[in-house]
Design a protein around this ligand. Structure first.
Ligand SMILES: *Cc1c(COP(=O)(O)O)cnc(C)c1O
Length: 217
């Protein structure tokens, strides 16, 4: 466990898959972690982090950014459209674009500000009713709509169902991305990032394997 160990495992998975190690960005998911654990990873020189709640990120990252101005923070959890402006101020990327209303809200603000975080469309590959994301069958049309709004699409994101083989979901996400000419794939977490790398992940989101188990809230 720890940052070095994960980096070693990423390098091994990349070698196995015949990929260059710099094709895979490690997003250290710092949600709910005590600040001193996050600070320790910052001190080690890691600069890319993920948060799943806007409020929590707002309470933490503006201070860290003063001391570590080169950090990037990605939103990997749900975004309400009325928090779009706050998200623009807090995050370099949003991985959870999951519905037309949110896409429209982002497009309006991007017009107004002349800038936009990089965007990933979240796909509900397992078609789970309780989970966010565009259904696989609606993904092509939604991607087209986002492009028509000039949104800076970086790629697709998924969170596989807990009780299914993640590789099926990684393969599906990759297929949808390929047929739409997108090459960013945000997939893979602590338990399955090596498989995700084998299936072409460009952004893996790893929390507990770096920081230790999250303290329950
Ligand atoms: C919490 C979270 C992660 C990290 O999960 P771990 O199992 O701790 O690696 C990755 N992606 C999303 C969307 C999350 O909410």
């Amino acid at each position: 466990m720890g940052l070095n160990d994960i980096q070693t495992r990423i390098a091994a998975a990349c070698a196995e898959a015949g990929r260059a190690v710099d094709e895979v960005a490690l997003i250290a998911v710092s949600k709910v972690q005590p600040l001193e654990r996050v600070e320790a990873i910052l001190e080690e020189g890691h600069l890319l982090f993920g948060e799943n709640r806007v409020q929590e990120a707002a309470g933490k990252w503006p201070d860290f950014r003063v001391r570590f101005p080169d950090v990037s923070v990605h939103l990997i959890g749900p975004l309400q459209s009325n928090k779009t402006r706050q998200a623009f101020d807090l995050f370099e990327a949003i991985h959870s674009v999951d519905r037309p209303k949110l896409a429209q809200s982002i497009a309006r603000l991007a017009q107004e500000e002349g800038r936009c975080p990089e965007l990933f469309i979240q796909v509900n590959t397992g078609e789970e009713p309780q989970k966010a994301g565009i259904l696989p069958g609606d993904a092509d049309a939604f991607i087209q709509d986002c492009r028509a709004m000039d949104l800076p699409l970086r790629g697709l994101m998924c969170i596989p169902p807990v009780d299914e083989a993640p590789s099926l979901h990684f393969a599906l996400l990759k297929k949808i991305a390929e047929r739409n000419g997108l090459n960013g794939l945000s997939m893979g977490m602590s338990n399955d990032f090596e498989q995700a790398i084998a299936f072409g992940a460009t952004h893996i989101r790893v929390g507990s394997a770096i920081f230790g188990e999250r303290v329950p809230t």
